[in-house]
Ligand binder design. Structure first.
Ligand code: SF4
Ligand code: SF4
Length: 495
């Protein structure tokens, strides 16, 4: 007995080859022809059709908003400097009025916690909301596809152009498109580096050809990544490279809003005339126009149910609503809904009530607490920092005048954008006093190491380790204290 296996095309589900195979029990006879079958299917290029609708508007709103922020922020001035600058060389982060040091790492931790919980919250509420509207991969793919549509035309024109022979028109359009893509990519790479090097200086260096090797590397690397990911890889980044696509399923529950096709209403699907009565014909609302598949940036058919490739962009819902309007059926055959809402035929109000379940409320509560803590902490932040390090090279010693002396190194970090005077003092141990200059000047946004000697009369304390505190006051132009810090340390008394 000989069997046949049908190898299906992974994209279209159409038979590609019919291959005879030999059952294991049968020995392969010399006259049998054994054919090797490759199960590898080359990726089919996706030509998404343009779409209009409420979700497309939201996506473009996010594209414009995120890109205004990304491209615009490095050009904003704050006093004499760039408003947002991550100066890695000087180990300073400038964010509008704040100057952050590596010691302010806690703020970065808080920002990462906020980002993580925001992602958990959005995913728990509406699945891949981030992917569909704000992820850089989606945003740049949208911009690149817009350029492609403007130059090569919509889906059918692009398919015809790619399928046709090389011509002057094709060559021109392809070159034109790639030049515009490369220009956007280079500008994106330049802007990215402009967050780490003052962007105006970088611009001058760029035009004079004086850019440093690291700057050249990062501008071109980021530009190349943008060009490759948004121009060529597109949906493959979402499907095969993005780790979020893999673990987001763990955060989905039956009350998560996802893109859904109402199969109960849509099936059986078939094309029909506009005047035909679907009930009389025993048909559902889906007219099988396949437009929902044609607009999908990942090339999937939402009518087959939720698939991990779906980025929740809403393009299929937009186009299906347009079709429903044309044929005169109610909208919402494809829509954001939850599995439970579809099964139980919930109203919108019931659906939203279930969306805001305890887990979502917990995420909102945690986010609120972390954001409030971050804002309060930033609001109460002192305009300077001090680190005290005991000088291990010189332990406690007896000095002239019969005094015991300990030496410390104080790092004073001035986070203000003007030169500051600081008054140093010591407290917490009777008789202890500074034996070095108590006034220190630190330039704007700089830090200074100061060697400080503390002395106390011999035998005024028991041998051993005694806690002391350094008191540091920031002074204004009139010598008045404007801010104060205390830092703990110990004073050693030898036997
Ligand atoms: S766009 Fe709507 S009507 Fe057309 S095939 Fe898709 S689900 Fe059916
Ligand atoms: S199935 Fe719909 S929502 Fe999902 S990626 Fe495709 S077009 Fe976007």
């Amino acid at each position: 007995m000989h069997l046949k296996v049908i190898v299906l095309d992974s994209q279209e589900n159409l038979p590609r080859k019919i291959v005879p195979i030999v059952p294991a029990a049968d020995a392969v006879k010399p006259e049998d022809e054994v054919q090797m079958v490759s199960l590898y299917a080359a990726t089919q290029k996706i030509y998404p059709r343009s779409v209009q609708g409420i979700f497309a508007k939201w996506r473009w709103f996010m594209v414009v908003l995120t890109q205004l922020v990304f491209y615009g922020l490095p050009w904003i001035e704050w006093g004499q400097r760039q408003a947002v600058l991550f100066d890695l060389g000087a180990r300073r982060f400038y964010i509008f009025g704040f100057v952050l040091y590596p010691q302010d790492f806690i703020y970065l931790t808080a920002i990462l916690v906020i980002a993580a919980f925001s992602l958990f919250l959005f995913t728990a509420v509406a699945g891949r909301l981030w992917c569909g509207y704000a992820c850089p991969q989606t945003v740049y793919s949208e911009i690149f596809m817009w350029v492609e549509r403007k130059i090569e035309g919509d889906r059918s024109a692009r398919m015809k152009l790619d399928g046709g022979d090389m011509s002057l028109e094709k060559l021109f359009k392809k070159w034109y498109k790639h030049i515009v893509w490369l220009a956007i990519s280079m500008w994106t790479g330049f802007t990215f580096v402009g967050y780490f090097t003052p962007i105006k200086e970088l611009g001058m260096e760029f035009f004079l050809g004086n850019m440093g090797s690291w700057e050249i590397f990062w501008v071109f690397f980021y530009a190349f990544a943008t060009y490759g990911n948004a121009g060529f890889m597109r949906e493959q980044v979402c499907k095969y490279m993005c780790p979020y696509a893999r673990f987001k399923g763990a955060m989905f529950v039956k009350d998560t809003l996802i893109m859904t096709y109402d199969a109960e209403r849509g099936e059986p699907r078939r094309a029909r005339s506009k005047k035909a009565d679907p009930t009389a014909l025993g048909l559902g609302s889906c007219v099988d126009c396949t437009l929902c598949v044609q607009v999908c940036p990942t090339g999937i058919d939402i009518r087959k149910g939720l698939q991990y490739e779906c980025i929740g962009c809403g393009a299929c819902a937009d186009v299906c609503d347009t079709v429903m309007d044309k044929v005169g059926y109610p909208r919402g055959l494809v829509k954001y809904s939850t599995e439970n809402a579809m099964q139980n035929h919930w109203t919108q109000e019931q659906t939203w009530r279930h969306v805001f379940r305890p887990r979502v409320i917990l995420y909102i509560a945690i986010l609120t607490v972390v954001i409030a803590a971050l804002l309060i902490s930033l609001g109460m932040r002192k305009p300077f920092k001090v680190d005290v390090v005991r000088d291990r090279a010189s332990l406690a010693r007896i000095v002239a005048g019969g005094k015991i002396e300990n030496v410390y190194r104080l790092q004073i970090m001035n986070a203000a954008e003007k030169t500051m005077q600081y008054q140093l003092g010591v407290q917490g141990l009777k008789g202890a006093e500074l034996a070095t200059d108590s006034r220190v000047q630190v330039n704007a946004t700089e830090s200074l190491w100061v060697s400080v000697r503390v002395q106390m009369p011999y035998e005024s304390a028991q041998p051993g380790s005694h806690p002391i505190e350094f008191q540091i006051r920031a002074l204004d132009e009139l010598g008045q204290s404007v801010s104060e810090l205390t830092e703990k340390s110990v004073f050693l008394v030898p036997r």
